[in-house]
Design a protein around this ligand. Structure first.
Ligand SMILES: [Zn+2]
Ligand SMILES: [Zn+2]
Ligand SMILES: [Zn+2]
Length: 103
């Protein structure tokens, strides 16, 4: 079972949201299609709050979800290490759950 969702990194537009000099360049996350295919069940990526952007500020896709804004995760159990935030104290992804906030 898979799910087709809008690419979070480019908001489904298929263009690289940060490449201002070349507005026609393709989004590196969805290869320009604006759509992403993910297996169910889907969870919103807590590390980037579903935006697909790297919360550390770099103009690159979120390192946890790869820019998709959602992740495939079977677990329902909150990660006790980061209390479900997906972040460690330094702002990097929680090393216990890999930044998804579930374990
Ligand atoms: Zn995209
Ligand atoms: Zn993310
Ligand atoms: Zn964690």
């Amino acid at each position: 079972m898979s799910n087709i969702i809008n690419c979070a990194f480019c908001n489904g537009k298929g263009q690289d949201p940060f490449n201002l000099l070349s507005p026609l360049s393709e989004c590196i996350v969805c290869s320009g299609t604006g759509k992403i295919e993910l297996l169910k069940p889907l969870k919103k990526c807590v590390f980037c709050s579903g935006t697909g952007k790297n919360p550390l500020g770099a103009r690159i896709p979120c390192i946890v979800c790869g820019g998709k804004g959602s992740i495939h995760c079977e677990s329902q159990t909150k990660c006790t290490q980061c209390n479900g935030t997906g972040k460690s104290g330094s702002g990097l992804p929680c090393s216990f759950c890999g930044g998804i906030g579930l374990k």
